[in-house]
Design a protein around this ligand. Sequence first.
Ligand code: F6R
Length: 246
Amino acid sequence: MRIYQEKDYNAVSRRAASIIAAQVVSKPDCVLGLATGSTPVGAYQQLVKWYEQGDLSFAQVRSVNLDEYCGLAPDHDQSYRYFMQTNLFDHVDIAAGNTNVPSGLAADPAEECRRYEAAVAALGYADLQLLGLGRNGHIGFNEPCDEFPLATHLVDLTPSTIEANARFFASAGDVPKQALTMGIGTIMKARKILVVANGADKADAVAKAFAGPVTPSMPASILQLHPDVTLVGDGSALAKLMEVKG
Ligand code: F6R
């Protein structure tokens, strides 16, 4: 595993964007696995800048997103489809038909999960999967549980995730209670994984994920078994991991 400790959020974002850009430059028709949440926003802004400067093109890139809230329409301002459009897709030359986000409005969410898993498999899974880290160690919306879920599936969000995401909604009561998410198996099939973490509130999760036991009660800990993981974080997010690793 490679670890980049950066001095602040801007540097984390720039480092993450460089790794994503390197993937696109070395394989222009790559499959990028993308994440939402606050951590990757700066990296997406950097990628947009490089696109605008003419240094990067997404014309042949295919993308697969990790997850989507159940019940939110693509144009709902808290849906993950909307997040991707407004933070990245609308500002670069990626073809609309090459972007994949699970549908939050599917009448049969279980069927949508099967369709999405098959679509990701048909693309050959991600060449590079970007991941943020939940404070409880979730990746995608794979919450702590008793076994690692394999494929794309429907999840009940935990109270801690609902509370963490309430900042984006009028109140915690407005946060959807379920989501569709790639499974741990889907994520682990990516050729490369890039984890971004920023701020002291991620320090415990980072240390447990990368230096604790591999257990589904800390879903990100499975990444210890992946052969190609890069972790990019600021000093506060990496502090406890560095204490353990020395
Ligand atoms: C986003 C996702 C989540 C977030 C995680 C961290 O698509 O699946 O796992 O990556 O909740 O979110 P932030 O970056 O907002 O702390």
